[in-house]
Design a protein around this ligand. Sequence first.
Ligand SMILES: NC(=O)c1ccc[n+]([C@@H]2O[C@H](COP(=O)([O-])OP(=O)(O)OC[C@H]3O[C@@H](n4cnc5c(N)ncnc54)[C@H](OP(=O)(O)O)[C@@H]3O)[C@@H](O)[C@H]2O)c1
Length: 484
Amino acid sequence: MRVLLTGATGYIGRRLTDKLLAAGDVELRLFVRDAAKLGEAVRARAEVAEGDTFHPDALARALAGVDVAYYFIHSMGAGRDFASRDRLSAENFREAAVEAGVRRLVYLGGLGVRETASEHLRSRLETGEILSARPEAVQTVWFRAGIIIGSGSASFEIIRNLVQKAPVLITPRWVRTRTEAVAVADVLAYLAAARDVQVEGNVVVDIGAGVTTFAELLRGAASVMGLRRLFVPLPFFTPRMGAYGLVLLTPVPFAVASALVEGLRSETVKQNDNAARLFPRVTPRPYERAFADALDEIEARQVLSRWCDADAEPVCGLRPPASLEAAVYTLRRFAPTGDLPPARVFAAASAVGGEAGWFRLDFLWKLRGVLDKLCGGPGAARGRRDPRALRLGDAVDFWKVREVRPGKRLLFAAELKLPGRGWLDFVVERGRFVVTAYFYPRGLLGRLYWYLYWPVHALALADVARGVAAEAGRPDRRAGPAVA
Ligand SMILES: NC(=O)c1ccc[n+]([C@@H]2O[C@H](COP(=O)([O-])OP(=O)(O)OC[C@H]3O[C@@H](n4cnc5c(N)ncnc54)[C@H](OP(=O)(O)O)[C@@H]3O)[C@@H](O)[C@H]2O)c1
């Protein structure tokens, strides 16, 4: 069976890629906007088709000869017109699939009903309807999930951070709306089985591990983590206040927090029992077990994907211009590394950020993250997927990895709310480690920003250069692998 997986660099797609490759009975083709985001191990084992859903030629090439195609694409985060982009994307995909003679489309969207759906959920429902609109030509298996619990999922990170950081948790009416959670491992089991499940015509499969509320999920998390928390019902706590609370206490930016809170205002529970009927071998695990599994994955450094892996825009659109040297502003600092092997220096440089922090001036980076959060940016609390390894597209605090040249170079793009565009460049040279900040200002404000922050940036960059050199020289430091 030849299977096409879209969204293979996203949260669900990366994990399903792993699962389908392990199954060994499919010829897997991945449709991605930038193959470099996949990592070498995956590229070696699966065929890769590059392109996006707004280019019918790329879709035709990707879908040629395919039996089953998975659709895990959305444009959330791509601005106000995300719903129309989602519609066009789904229409293009369905038409290309029909043209290529694909037998079955498998889609994962959100749980809920149109009448009470939030704007984001409505778009997910519309996508399902569009994909299912030509049942005579291509069959659609449409899964609908509520809150997905897994290491690195946005909902899990929100719950974990809230419960860990707040001794008192406010439970307004809207956190007591009925909802359903499901473990990511169970979602993957359903999705993988959907490639050859015996079913006639289109089918909608609602999945979840039983009706609960967000307040109950918080309680369950506290019990799994062995934390005593006080729950205070406060009826006047509005969803907007809730979203701001989430921004301050959890790693998600305002857009993700408000989408979650909006989603909680209406019921999201299963509308059919097709999951149990069509997939009797999958028994969704209870929430507490799903939560504990996610914690174990973090502990074992087995986080395959995170909610911030995908990009609002294609990665290539965020790549720096051909020559960074042409940046309007450049600030460079370096530290001697003597005769340390480049692999060691690179490994030390690859471990910056996240829980390890940014050396002696870490508090300044943290402060910058808080200021960014207050301005609606991602802040520094996203941390990193893995404490040592990096791959293209990984988030590291408020940076995104844009180039990884093992042993030589790491380039990060700033995702902070900035009056311009910024990059942080690490280069391992013979005998020294070089850190450079590049900045393309936007207007006068951008220029003012650069000069205002210059002294702080100069100190912080010098500290990082020194810190990496010192870390690389530590006798107990393990070298590599720094690339996933
Ligand atoms: N994650 C959850 O908790 C959750 C819960 C319920 C339902 N779902 C549903 O599951 C599905 C997948 O979600 P996810 O969390 O895995 O999403 P995600 O992590 O945001 O990934 C989205 C993927 O789509 C790709 N993409 C975006 N626009 C594209 C385009 N025009 N052409 C080609 N690729 C494009 C992205 O590629 P780049 O890497 O290049 O950006 C990325 O691989 C969605 O329908 C979502 O509604 C998810």
